[in-house]
Design a protein around this ligand. Structure first.
Ligand SMILES: [Zn+2]
Length: 123
């Protein structure tokens, strides 16, 4: 699981590469913003979070809790979810547009293509 929690996970790199290829310029993991968004697009006042389904409590197959120490994980992850909510709220209060991309939405080439196309429309 250490692989998922690493600072630069693969999905983030893929999304950044895509945006860069489309001419977007951004900052990454900017500490000045709540939640240190994975991608900050100052020109569009948009931030993008690429969330690992497990750590951020997405309701999908990928986020299934381990059978052992179930309660421990439940608490840990609900804390993360609360923190995410708070960060998103703060960003929105600062008039930033917040986009979340879930790992499971971009974990195959086809899904990624579709999702990233949508993303361009949202920015
Ligand atoms: Zn998911």
């Amino acid at each position: 699981m250490s692989k998922i929690s690493g600072k630069e996970t693969k999905p983030e790199i893929l999304v950044r590469k895509f945006l860069f290829s489309k001419g977007f310029r951004f900052r990454k993991n900017d500490k000045r913003y709540p939640g240190k968004p994975d991608i900050v697009l100052p020109k569009y006042k948009t931030v993008i979070f690429i969330h690992g389904c497990f750590w951020h409590g997405h309701i999908c197959k990928k986020a299934k809790l381990p059978d052992t120490r179930n309660e421990f994980w439940q608490k840990k992850i609900s804390r993360n979810v609360e923190r995410d909510k708070k960060n998103i709220c703060e960003l929105k209060n600062m008039r930033w547009k917040v986009t979340i991309i879930w790992q499971c939405e971009i974990n195959t080439k086809e899904k990624r293509k579709k999702k990233l196309k949508l993303l361009l429309k949202e920015i």
